[in-house]
Design a protein around this ligand. Structure first.
Ligand code: C2E
Ligand code: CA
Ligand code: CA
Length: 554
């Protein structure tokens, strides 16, 4: 247990000695003979004092001047000062209070009173930079102390900022109740302090977000990956507290708050939190970080300016090579940045709630194109649009989709909806009826990205889909992981049992195609047949296939 540090500033050696004896059991004591010595000790920056005991009358620099200088230093604004003085005339005490002192002791000192008041003042004053629940630093305390710390180190690149986010904290909170959740937070703060990282400073920023500064060489990723989480017992239950971690190495180019942001940003880049629950910040992330802000600020104007274009990727029937359908994929043709892929801007739009606007735009576009082509006697196929989980919270959008299905029943055969398991949470919140309604109105539902996540099966058990799309990441492994072909066969068989057709996504070569055909996969989507095409090219693609009698009729 590290002792809190106190600085005693008094020219009388006897006074210093007495105070030291009263306090040194609980505190680390540093002594100064006068104000200027005290200032230079504070400036040296190798102490983090929690309290100053200050005599007013001293040679060289007296207590008043010291208080004035301390104010100008701004080093530790919250550092409380207690006056110890024989001179307790009201005038000088008033002056000392004006200069920021918080309390005073008169000589002779009563050891009991001294100890209690010191403890009280430290506790009270630390509230503004300590987290009340866990008693580690809060954000402002952490920033202040780390700023002070990095000013004094020779090589800042030896240190790293690590951001922690407790996995499933929401679930823990709802199972264990708020008091259980609080226990988990206290436990977490302690297990970070005691971890092998041996952090220099730990803070709780908000909710279940913790951050610490540690030496870079103490970071052991293998250990982090093996780490099963520390176990805490709450209400007789054993719970494992596991983290997701974002790491930013210090590099002299940012501020403490900036390093915290970077570490937090890295968290968002954790791809598979089960296999690798951490990510390191790199400049690419900073790039997309800027983009996120740019995306949401530019989105509405860009939509009005027609910068968003819908591309169409054909889906072919595996057995015949006929065009069976297509998927609508949005592109942002930015006037300066060129074509921005959806992976770069969709997460930003989901965060800021704009995604439904975009999805609606795509849906309307697809609907109008199909109408137009049909009226011109051109060939068409059913087109699926992607729904984001956010869309299920947008009552207006859902109503719009339902109204159209009711008013124009033929559209139910033209437009299909792709849903990923990320919608599961939204649907469970009493929105499950939305999918049923859409289905009853005749539209087809596709389970998107099957196999990329963890609750796909739960989705299948709770909702009925017409088509299942095997995620590209699985197709990618067909050729280099001997288990994968069996898994793909099982997924296809399972789907057929459940009366679903199957699309394999991301098929790029003949090998994959041949295997999938043999395994009974119904449809193929991927670069092997075609990349997503702009509207005009897709129109030509359909015309060419129609000429060869290669468009599937249902
Ligand atoms: P997704 O729904 O899984 O779409 C398939 C993605 O795989 C598309 O990327 C497509 O271009 C790509 N792809 C298809 N075949 C191949 C292949 O053979 N090889 C490779 N390497 N890639 C292939 P894209 O267009 O960049 O879209 C990425 C994701 O963005 C989509 O994944 C979808 O989740 C989302 N997205 C796209 N358009 C929309 C939209 O209008 N609304 C919403 N909510 N999400 C969209
Ligand atoms: Ca999709
Ligand atoms: Ca997909």
């Amino acid at each position: 247990m590290i002792k809190k540090e106190i600085l005693i500033v008094d020219d009388s050696e006897i006074n210093r000695c007495m105070l030291r004896m009263m306090l040194e059991k609980d505190y680390d004591i540093t002594e100064a003979e006068n104000g200027s010595e005290a200032i230079s000790i504070i400036e040296k920056d190798d102490h983090i004092f929690r309290l100053i005991l200050l005599d007013l009358v001293m040679p060289q620099m007296d207590g008043f001047e010291f208080l004035e200088q301390l104010k100008e230093h701004h080093v530790q604004q919250d550092l409380p000062v207690i006056i110890i003085s024989g001179d307790n005339s009201e005038k000088s005490l008033d002056k000392a209070y004006d200069l920021g002192a918080v309390d005073f002791f008169t000589k002779p000192f009563n050891p009991n009173i001294v100890r209690h008041r010191v403890e009280n003042v430290i506790n009270l004053c630390s509230q503004s930079y300590r987290d009340a629940l866990t008693s580690c630093y809060n954000r402002s305390g952490f920033i202040q102390i780390v700023e002070k710390f990095i000013q004094k180190v020779d090589d800042i690149t030896k240190y790293s900022m690590i951001f922690f986010d407790i996995k499933n904290f929401k679930a823990i909170n709802s199972i264990m109740g708020t008091s259980g959740g609080d226990n988990v937070l206290k436990f977490t703060s302690k297990s970070i302090q005691d971890s092998d990282l041996n952090p220099l400073f730990v803070a709780r920023l908000e909710a279940d977000h913790f951050v610490c500064l540690a030496e870079r060489e103490r970071i052991d990723y293998d250990a982090m990956m093996d780490h099963d989480g520390d176990t805490i017992e709450i209400k007789g239950r054993q719970m494992q507290v596991r983290f997701r971690m974002g790491v930013a190495h210090l590099d002299d180019e940012s501020s403490v708050a900036g390093y915290i942001d970077r570490a937090k940003l890295a968290l968002n880049y954790i791809e598979d939190e089960y296999l690798k629950p951490y990510a390191e910040f790199d400049q690419k992330m900073a790039q997309s970080y800027v983009n996120t802000a740019v995306v949401t600020s530019e989105f509405e104007t860009s939509l009005e300016n027609d910068e968003f274009k819908v591309y169409y990727q054909p889906v072919m029937e595996a057995a015949t090579g006929k065009v069976a359908s297509a998927e609508a994929l949005v592109r942002w043709i930015h006037p300066e940045r060129g074509m921005v892929p959806p992976d770069l801007f969709i997460p930003a739009l989901e965060k800021d709630g704009y995604i439904s606007k975009l999805d609606l735009f795509v849906d309307i576009k697809v609907h109008s194109i199909l109408k137009e082509w049909k009226s011109q006697g051109l060939p068409t196929v059913p087109i699926s649009v992607n729904l984001s989980w956010m869309d299920f919270y947008d009552a207006d959008m859902i109503q719009f989709l339902k109204d159209r299905l009711e008013n124009d029943p033929s559209s139910s055969k033209d437009i299909r909806y792709e849903i990923t398991e990320s919608s599961y949470a939204a649907l469970k919140e009493n929105r499950s009826v939305i999918l049923k309604e859409i289905r009853h109105l005749g539209a087809w539902l596709l389970m998107d990205d099957f196999g990329s996540g963890y609750s796909s099966l739960a989705m299948l058990m709770n909702y009925h889909f017409n088509i299942l799309k095997i995620d590209m990441s699985i197709i990618r492994q067909l050729e280099n992981n001997e288990e994968v072909p069996h898994i793909v066969e099982l997924i296809i068989n399972m789907s057929h049992h459940l009366k679903m057709k199957v699309v394999a996504e991301g098929v790029e070569n003949e090998n994959q195609l041949e295997f999938l055909k043999k395994a009974g996969c119904d449809y193929i989507q991927g670069y092997y047949f075609s990349k997503p095409l702009p509207e005009e090219d897709f129109k030509k693609f359909l015309a060419k296939h129609q000429a060869e009698n290669k468009i599937l009729t249902y």
